[in-house]
Design a protein around this ligand. Structure first.
Ligand SMILES: [Zn+2]
Length: 56
């Protein structure tokens, strides 16, 4: 699990973080500044999604 810090939201959702630890999940998505062009998720940091696109 050494790559935990670099895990994207997309991967977290695969592991159901939003169900297991909603607070941790919310911390990753708010305030949303980017969204993922790959899967449509929004995130607070570009590096949290696999294909970041800035929300203007
Ligand atoms: Zn994604």
């Amino acid at each position: 699990m050494s790559d935990n810090k670099q895990k994207t939201l997309c991967a977290h959702v695969d592991e159901e973080l939003h169900i297991k630890d909603p607070k941790a999940y919310i911390a990753l998505i708010q305030p949303a500044t980017h969204y993922c062009k790959g899967c449509g998720r929004s995130a607070a940091k570009a590096e949290n999604v696999c294909k970041p696109e800035k929300i203007s």
